[in-house]
Ligand binder design. Structure first.
Ligand code: SF4
Ligand code: SF3
Length: 534
């Protein structure tokens, strides 16, 4: 195996024998083979589109399958094998429709896999040119992020054929079935196109979320617990949470959010459920420490799942998530989760906890914009920081806690995604009517942050780069890669990125990112704050 797609990759270069995330070599190879098969299917989908054949079902399937190869999503070899088989079947059916009968599509899955070149599972599958390989990886990992958001959006009924066409174009690029040859510039252009596609995917997802659950509004969330049976819901899929809330109504079970599910509390149609009781735990990388103490069932709807070790008998998965041995709930039927929660003790007593705020979505931020602009005009608001992105296990991530703690009182801190758990329960005080720490939501709500920044820039008649706004981002998995590509495609400059730079970015590509976009690695909170506020 060779995998270097996430921030915790072994030795900062690549996982070669087993993944730091817990992905074993078998699963890594199955995922790489799946990507290869998806590229084959993508090349056929493009051909089909060219002759007017479009198939939404295949578009949805491709996003779902690619999402399954994202870090900490699916570790179940059987589930991934089923996706391989479905990919090949779809490719065969499409080829037959196109009258395109090539040898590779006449084989069984087993024979097809046996004939795949060795390079399908190695770093050399990209290119022997280090810079081209780096740009190809930027594209592939960015596409995985796009696929994740497009998959969520499609589940909410939001699709765009152009977006699906781009996912196919990006996947097919550089495959044995791609007739176009690209130089480094061509690959980088595709990576930026991937950033634009990601903006569209996040836009669709925001539309799906707000049309289904209402516009998020600032909402206090309890970190305490209520006496009684309990279910913890992790991941990003709000539809799964809604279905679980409906299915647990009247059972006496309280439902708690975990990780990226925290912003669910801000959505009117989710917070209306009286048994959505609060939030439990912090970011994904602490689950092996925090979940053994949760006295109920746990449902993972998307990333990030880790080996559930001692508590696997009460962990359930849904959607694209898989862990061998854990029960998978298909079709939003959460009866097994509910049955398990009823067997488990639940919380023995009420335990009041601190309250934190979430729900500063796009509408809430745009409503607050006049106050923000007034505070800027009066010199009461010196700077806005967007400190967001993924959390992770590296100790260097304490930077983000310290950075936020050290931000001066005349500044605001916007945040989103699971990186917020480094500081989400800190009381930063208020700036006028506004709390200084504003949680805008999940990682995909980077869309709301972009639109808010654009609205502020428009009101001030300047560019986004001229705003008193700095982005201090943390990355871990491939959704963060796609968001970074979106920001670059929008021309946003001077992003600070940490805790380490991606292993797949070559020195030359890094130089380009520095020269053209002013990207820089984080240094120390004091140094970075001083440089930003000088
Ligand atoms: Fe390693 Fe990350 Fe790949 Fe897991 S996803 S195998 S930790 S690089
Ligand atoms: Fe976190 Fe896994 Fe990226 Fe949605 S839950 S941000 S890491």
């Amino acid at each position: 195996m060779f995998c270097n797609q996430c921030e915790q990759t072994a030795k900062g270069t690549g996982c070669a024998t087993v993944g730091v995330c817990g992905k074993n070599a078998d699963v890594a190879i199955i995922q790489d083979q799946l990507v290869y098969l998806l590229r084959r299917l993508a090349s056929l989908v493009l051909k089909a589109r060219a002759v007017g054949i479009a198939d939404t079902d295949t578009d949805d399937f491709m996003a779902e399958a690619l999402f399954s190869t994202l870090t900490n999503v699916n570790f179940d070899p059987q589930a991934l094998r089923r996706m391989q088989a479905e990919t090949l079947e779809r490719a065969k059916a499409l080829a037959a429709r196109l009258g395109d009968q090539t040898d590779d599509l006449s084989l069984s899955l087993e024979d097809c896999l046996a004939r795949l070149p060795e390079s399908v599972v190695g770093i050399d599958r990209f290119s022997t040119d280090k810079d081209v390989a780096s740009a190809m990886q930027l594209l592939l990992f960015g596409l995985k992020g796009v696929a994740a958001y497009a998959d969520h959006a499609a589940r909410l009924g939001q699709r765009d054929p152009e977006l699906s066409a781009f996912v196919c174009k990006g996947l097919a690029a550089g495959s044995p079935w791609d007739e176009e040859s690209r130089d480094l510039g061509g690959w980088l252009d595709l990576a930026l196109e991937c950033g634009r596609a990601n903006l569209r995917a996040m836009e669709l997802l925001e539309k799906g979320n707000t049309e289904t659950f209402g516009d998020p509004a600032p909402t206090p969330v309890s970190l305490g617990q209520r006496k009684g049976k309990a279910i913890l819901v992790s991941g990003h899929d709000l539809l799964d949470l809604q279905a679980l809330l409906e299915q647990t109504e009247g059972t006496g079970i309280n439902v708690y959010t975990h990780g990226e599910m925290l912003p669910a509390h801000g959505y009117p149609r989710l917070k209306a459920f009286g048994h959505l009781a609060g939030h439990y735990g912090t970011a994904w990388q602490n689950q092996q420490k925090e979940l053994p103490d949760f006295p109920g069932a746990v449902l993972f709807t998307t990333n990030c799942i880790q080996n559930p070790r001692s508590y696997g008998d009460r962990v359930f998965t849904s959607g694209n998530v898989g862990w061998p041995g854990c029960t998978h709930c298909a079709g939003r039927d959460f009866a097994p989760v509910i049955a398990r929660a009823l067997e488990l003790p639940g919380f023995a007593e009420d335990r009041p906890g601190k309250e934190i705020l979430t729900g500063f979505g796009r509408r809430a931020m745009l409503d607050a914009a006049p106050k923000v602009l007034e505070a800027v005009a009066q010199g009461k608001l010196r700077h806005i920081f967007l400190v967001g992105g993924c959390d992770g296990a590296r100790p260097g991530r304490n930077y983000y806690t310290e950075f936020v703690e050290k931000t001066p009182q005349d500044t605001l801190v916007l945040t989103l995604a699971c990186g917020k758990f480094r500081f989400f329960d800190k009381d930063l005080g208020r700036l006028g009517d506004l709390p200084r720490l504003l949680d805008m939501g999940q990682c995909n709500d980077a869309y709301a942050a972009v639109r808010t920044a654009q609205a502020l820039a428009e009101a001030l008649k300047c560019g986004v780069n001229d705003l008193p706004l700095s982005l201090v981002l943390s990355w871990y998995e491939q959704k963060a890669v796609s968001i970074l590509l979106t920001l670059l495609a929008l021309g946003i400059r001077d992003i600070r990125l940490g805790p380490s730079l991606p292993a797949f970015v070559s020195p030359n590509i890094l130089n380009l990112l520095v020269e053209k976009w002013g990207i820089r690695p984080i240094s120390t909170p004091d140094e970075d704050l001083a440089a930003i506020l000088k």
